[in-house]
Design a protein around this ligand. Structure first.
Ligand SMILES: [Zn+2]
Length: 68
């Protein structure tokens, strides 16, 4: 069995065996889930900024066409 990739509270590498299908033991399972949640929040913020820039571009193009 593979070794757990989690870290103990001291910051040392966990010496327990990882669970099957996971790189972490039962205690450090949450260390695998947490970074994924953070990434999805960042992606949402990034896509919202891109959507806002896209809307601003469309508004600017429409605005200049109306003025002509
Ligand atoms: Zn562990």
């Amino acid at each position: 069995m593979a070794q757990c990739a989690g870290k103990t509270q001291r910051g040392d590498r966990c010496k327990r065996d990882a669970r099957e299908g996971s790189g972490f033991c039962a205690i450090h399972q949450d260390q695998e889930v947490r970074p994924r949640a953070d990434r999805s929040v960042e992606w949402d913020r990034d896509s919202m900024v891109k959507a806002a820039i896209g809307c601003a571009l469309v508004v600017a193009i429409v605005f200049f066409r109306i003025r002509r």
